[in-house]
Design a protein around this ligand. Structure first.
Ligand code: SAM
Length: 439
């Protein structure tokens, strides 16, 4: 992924909020420019360093650094062409996305034909590639991976957070570059990719998954996408129920068999220390058990989001949030209404208005527009609307029609995904927190 690629170092330094200190050695000769730059540098230092900044040996006296400042690093321009090992999203159709890691001599096949990866390597992202068989009639498009496209093409190991909910979550958690974020469970890693893009280039995601196979798989994927420096996958039960699971049924015993290499102490929580995370995202069956740990790990005013499909889960989570001193608690449900573009026949507007009935004229009810057309005799009707007589239908059909491009909503809307509960952390650090449990 582009946001995980090695950064290019330049001469300046930036704050966590990407505010840049201008090296005063490069200010030029204009006295006004110099004054403005010096004043803004001073303001940036005051805002972000307070009075406790110190000189770093490797920087000039104008390039002050402490934990809130970084070397100025930029993403290099996007790689123009596909290289061996690159992740490529394959567009087969609007509803079908797939992916490959471009590998010399490997071949991607689908019902449209065979597509050797060698035909991908060296091509620009976005290009169309034709099948080697079927007379080249089969084709696909090679897309540059983004968090959204990865979410639509990734191998689902669990239910995942989809684009609409993910965007609500990123927005309402106030995620910005260089934040420290905790997430549990990792699942298929779809939400992790969205979080990672928001906190790059210097942020850190700690993601927790108690299923070892999923945790390992996610680690390998992050590595393959060049994101390892931004994320740590913890094989851990954040709710602290692992110990109980060990005693339970056969199936659960199998799960713990998978989990036997864990370093999990069974106490739950994030094990990062107190007040270290800027935001926490929970996608767990029992999020309320993780809430006291989240209260301990979150900085004051840090944001939390819990994603639950059922209202009962949401209610229990809200009670736990209130109990642990969270405020500004809000639950929302987002629905996606997608549109497609279609060509439809529309009547040309009349040029002579004299024959047009007035609004009061009851005959207006006879010509009721339904789904882009004009009501005809056999169309379904609401009460109070008469069918149009045969002769009138003919008249209507004789009216000049024009083909127009228009946007229409899909007849079906994706149903309920989850309730998203957001809240802001207070300064509550008490008994049920990790510190007390670990002592
Ligand atoms: N948000 C993920 C995504 O977008 O791909 C999907 C998460 S999935 C629905 C829930 C995951 O939480 C599962 O992989 C499950 O193994 C994990 N999980 C459930 N309880 C857990 C716990 N107490 N600690 C850590 N992980 C847990």
């Amino acid at each position: 992924m582009d946001f995980g690629r090695p950064l290019v170092s330049t001469s300046g330094i930036v704050t966590k909020s990407n505010i840049r200190l201008v090296p005063e050695t490069h200010l030029g000769n204009d006295p006004l420019d110099i004054l403005v730059c010096q004043s803004s540098n001073a303001a940036a230092r005051d805002l972000f360093l307070g009075n406790d900044y110190h000189h770093h040996p490797s920087y000039s006296k104008d390039e002050l650094i402490n934990h809130t400042l970084y070397n100025e690093l930029h993403l290099p321009p996007p790689r123009p062409t596909i290289s061996p090992g690159d992740l490529v999203v394959i567009f087969e159709s609007f509803t079908n996305l797939n992916f490959v890691y471009a590998t010399p001599k490997a071949c991607f096949s689908n019902r449209n034909g065979h597509f050797p990866h060698d035909d991908f390597i060296g091509k620009p992202y976005g290009c169309k590639v034709r099948s080697r068989n079927n007379d080249g009639l089969g084709f696909l498009y090679l897309l540059r991976p983004t968090a959204e496209l990865w979410g639509r093409s990734l191998p689902h190991r669990t239910q995942i957070v989809h684009e609409l909910d993910a965007s609500m979550i990123v927005h309402n958690l106030n995620l910005t570059p260089n934040m420290t974020v905790c997430e549990s469970g990792t699942g298929s890693g779809a939400m992790s990719h969205c979080i990672l893009r928001s906190i790059a280039p210097h942020g850190k995601l700690h993601t927790y998954e108690f299923n070892k196979v999923r945790a390992d798989k996610a680690r390998v994927e992050f590595e393959g996408h060049g994101l390892s420096h931004l994320v740590t996958v913890h094989h851990r039960d954040v709710c602290g129920k692992m110990a109980l699971l060990k005693k339970d049924t056969d199936e659960q015993s199998k799960e713990t068999e998978e989990n036997k290499e864990t370093t999990d102490d069974g106490k739950g929580g994030f094990q990062l220390g107190e007040s270290v995370a800027h935001a926490i995202f929970l996608d767990l069956p029992e999020p309320w058990l993780a809430v006291p740990h989240a209260a301990y790990t979150l900085q004051q005013s840090g944001r939390i989001c819990s994603y639950s499909p059922c209202m009962e889960q949401t209610q229990r989570t809200v009670v736990a949030l209130k109990h642990c001193g969270f405020h500004s608690i809000q639950t929302v449900e987002a629905r996606l209404k997608e549109y497609y573009v279609d060509e439809v026949e529309l009547e040309a507007p009349p040029t002579d208005l004299s024959g047009i009935p007035t609004q009061e004229d009851s005959s207006l009810q006879k010509e009721r527009c339904v789904s882009g057309g004009v009501l005809k005799k056999n169309d379904e009707q609401d009460v109070n609307v008469e069918a149009v007589g045969d002769n009138e239908v003919e008249d209507i059909e004789n009216v000049t029609k024009k083909r127009k491009i228009c946007a229409r909503p899909f007849a079906q809307m994706r149903g309920h995904t989850a309730f998203l509960t957001f809240a802001t952390a207070g300064n509550y650090k008490t008994k049920s927190n990790e510190e007390d449990k670990s002592t």
